[in-house]
Ligand binder design. Structure first.
Ligand SMILES: Nc1ncnc2c1ncn2[C@@H]1O[C@H](COP(=O)(O)OP(=O)(O)OP(=O)(O)O)[C@@H](O)[C@H]1O
Ligand SMILES: [Mg+2]
Length: 243
């Protein structure tokens, strides 16, 4: 099997808010074209980890490397705009579309830091997600919950990232829409992008993930392939009760 390139390596990071340390040494890695899911109880630091990777808060210790120009490069001190330029994209859990702007305007916002190639990118998003083309003039607040997540993901794809970070993409959606969000994520993977997901719908996410990590109180607990984590009895009893 061809060996894949590592695109992100988070090594023993400590991070938090002011005096409050939330992550006490977390390590994860992601390879090209992988879907990796992070699960763990509420408040264990999953969103804090995402925000630290994306430069919204700073690690106080440890290292974060990202593949830039074919080399793993420390991004500890990169700001968010620079990270976006280097191919990292992040979709927060809530407020991830502009509700009063049209679908097309939302997509345009996805490439506000680089307008070159914008119309081609919009067209390629419409090819991937035809429903967005159909509704392109409608305000985003007229979309269903699942379509809104699709738009948020499409917007995150506008600058052709190498890695997209999704914080709870299926949160708050009706069960029948959860699978449509995962269809969208698989579409993104097929387009050659790696995806790091935080999910409460652990079963649905792990079933579609190459690998997963379980965090507990700001530390790594278990990791493995999606399949093996699904088979793990302790994980199943703690996290897979929800369908
Ligand atoms: N802006 C903030 N300032 C101070 N503390 C925060 C802030 N955001 C989160 N926290 C605290 O950090 C801890 C971890 O929060 P975080 O949002 O990373 O957890 P999570 O694993 O994403 O939880 P959930 O599953 O509920 O989304 C919690 O105790 C939370 O109260
Ligand atoms: Mg969270």
């Amino acid at each position: 099997m061809q060996k894949k390139n590592k695109i992100l390596e988070v090594n023993n990071i400590f991070s938090g808010y002011g005096e409050t340390e939330i992550l006490h040494g977390v390590s994860i890695e992601i390879y090209e074209n992988e879907i990796v899911t992070i699960i763990g109880p509420n408040g264990c630091g999953k969103s804090t980890l995402m925000k630290t990777i994306f430069g919204l808060i700073r690690a106080t210790s440890g290292n974060i490397d990202f593949l830039i120009n074919d080399e793993l490069t420390s991004i500890n001190n990169y700001d968010t705009e620079n990270l976006i330029k280097k191919g990292l994209s992040y979709v927060p859990q809530s407020d991830n579309v502009f509700p009063s702007l049209s679908i097309e305007e939302n997509l345009e916002m996805g490439s506000f830091i680089k307008e070159e190639g914008m119309s081609e990118s919009i067209e390629s998003m419409y090819d991937l997600f035809p429903i967005l083309k159909e509704k392109r003039k409608d305000p985003a607040n007229q979309l269903s919950g699942g379509q809104r997540q699709m738009l948020a993901l499409a917007r995150a794809m506008m600058l052709k990232p190498k890695l997209i970070i999704l914080d709870e993409p299926s949160a708050g959606l009706a069960p029948n829409l959860v699978s449509s969000v995962f269809e969208t994520i698989l579409t993104i993977q097929k387009a050659g992008v790696s995806v790091l997901i935080v999910e409460q719908n652990a079963k649905a996410a792990l079933e579609r993930s190459n690998r997963g990590y379980v965090l507990a109180t700001g530390e790594n607990k278990v990791d493995g392939t999606g399949k093996n984590l699904l088979k793990n009895k302790e994980i199943a009893s703690l996290y897979l009760g929800r369908k």
